[in-house]
Design a protein around this ligand. Structure first.
Ligand code: SDX
Length: 391
């Protein structure tokens, strides 16, 4: 027996894997990180503590938590030469394009001294990525808007530091809003890991060849960018802006049913019930908007009307289509002051710990072989070459 279900060993062919990190029950709408329900972690934990849990398998005690925070805090700066990398991009380059390039470029700084088969080397790489990806992300935002880079400040928490690097300027003191910090902390926790999704599977496949973790995480960022995956939060907010008014919800839903387009932020490869993260996200959305006196935010009202309409429509019920983590996250991110072109970057910052933990688990498994998915060949049968004159 594996957990609560038996499993068919034949199912675990070379194209799938076993893991001890994240458990999902798509029919029941359950999500556990190392056995802890996501709702409890989002409510009671903080992001660095969840990172420790995902990477090492247990919640840290006080001494372990303080040491982990100290190590990560001391790795948040990036090499000055890496900062020059940004100048190669156009200012209006999508921040995800910058993330793929700059995170991949970390290989050039750490690759040659790295033995992925050495657990200490893997741990140092994990710490470097966890610490530096937020700095690289904030720099991508600053570069995009033409503002100077803000260096990390060790006095801040992990999430406060990220918001400082994103929103502070040298001109004035930055005081983080605790409600917005807590909201972003919760978003990071909800997005931290999610079993073998497309981007994590990409990281595992890249890592199974022995490639260095920086290049592997860059491949995960590339896979996450797609609108069917991590790009859905940006697409969902654009969809709400396109609908524009509650009065247009019925027409828009009809367009979905006529298969003209999909409802972004709805549906899931695994969840055929409510994505447990969407429920937490909806509550977070309400708390943030209330804090900002925006309870009547038009897009939030629109999202709730769209959810209610879809959940009572047989088209969606028959197809088991429910809101997923991306349906409300865009509204929260926008309320925090994060622009839409940074939404998937936020997802990548949060998911880095999931990618790194899954990479570390896989590379640390001595039985692991290089990934080599097979195919069902549907092409031409054998035939002889035809000279040009006879074609
Ligand atoms: C993430 O894998 C992960 O864990 C990913 C993720 C993570 O944390 O890593 O959870 C993050 O990627 C969440 C998903 C974000 N993407 C979106 O919100 C984009 C919109 N969603 C769809 O693109 C879609 O739902 C997918 C890609 C997520 C899933 O697509 P599937 O597997 O094709 O969905 P399905 O097999 O359940 O579809 C069943 C039916 C089909 O219609 P019929 O052919 O039966 O008539 O439902 C339809 C689909 O066309 N359908 C939708 C729909 N999603 C599926 N119809 C309208 N709107 C949608 N969103």
């Amino acid at each position: 027996k594996l957990g609560v279900f038996t499993y068919d060993p034949a199912f675990f062919s070379t194209s799938s894997c076993t893991s001890q990190i994240t458990f999902i029950d798509g029919d029941a709408g359950l999500l556990y990180y190392r056995g802890y329900p996501i709702e409890q972690l989002a409510d009671k934990s903080d992001f660095l503590e969840v990172c420790y849990l995902l990477l090492k398998g247990e919640l840290p005690n006080k001494a372990q938590k303080d040491e982990f925070k100290s190590v990560i805090t001391r790795h948040t700066m990036v090499h000055d030469q890496l900062a020059r990398f940004y100048n190669g991009f156009r200012r209006d380059a999508h921040p995800m394009a910058v993330m793929v390039g700059v995170v991949g470029a970390l290989s050039a700084f750490y690759h040659d001294s790295l033995d992925v088969n050495n657990p200490q080397n893997r741990e140092i790489s994990a710490h470097r990525l966890l610490a530096k990806v937020p700095t690289i992300a904030a720099m991508a935002y600053k570069y995009n808007i033409g503002e100077t880079f803000m260096h990390p400040r060790n006095k801040f928490s992990y999430v406060e530091n990220f918001m400082y690097m994103m929103f502070a300027t040298p001109a004035e003191e930055y005081v983080p809003n605790p409600v917005l910090v807590r909201a972003l902390e919760r978003i990071f926790i909800l997005h931290a890991d999610h079993e073998q999704n497309a981007s994590t599977s990409t990281v595992r496949l890249a890592g199974s060849s022995g490639a260095n973790p920086f290049a592997c995480i860059a491949s995960g960022i590339a896979a996450l960018w797609g609108p069917a995956h991590g790009g859905a939060n940006e697409a969902a907010l654009k969809m709400l802006e396109e609908i524009g008014d509650v009065s247009r919800v019925a027409d828009y839903v009809q367009g979905v049913k006529d298969k003209k387009y999909k409802l972004m932020g709805f549906g899931h490869r695994v969840y055929k019930n409510m994505d447990p993260r969407a429920s937490v996200m909806r509550q977070t959305c309400y708390e943030v908007l209330k804090e900002l006196n925006l309870e009547n935010d038009k897009l939030f009202q629109l999202a709730m009307e769209l959810e209610k309409t879809a959940l009572n429509d047989s088209y969606f019920i028959e197809r088991k289509l429910y809101p997923n983590v991306d349906f409300y996250s865009g509204i929260v991110l926008r309320a925090i002051g994060i622009p839409t072109n940074m939404f998937t970057v936020i997802f990548a910052v949060a998911r880095t710990i999931g990618w790194v933990s899954q990479w570390n688990e896989m590379v640390g498994d001595a039985e692991q072989k290089i990934g080599r998915p097979r195919q069902l060949y549907r092409g031409a049968t054998r035939r002889d070459f035809v000279p040009l004159a006879k074609r």
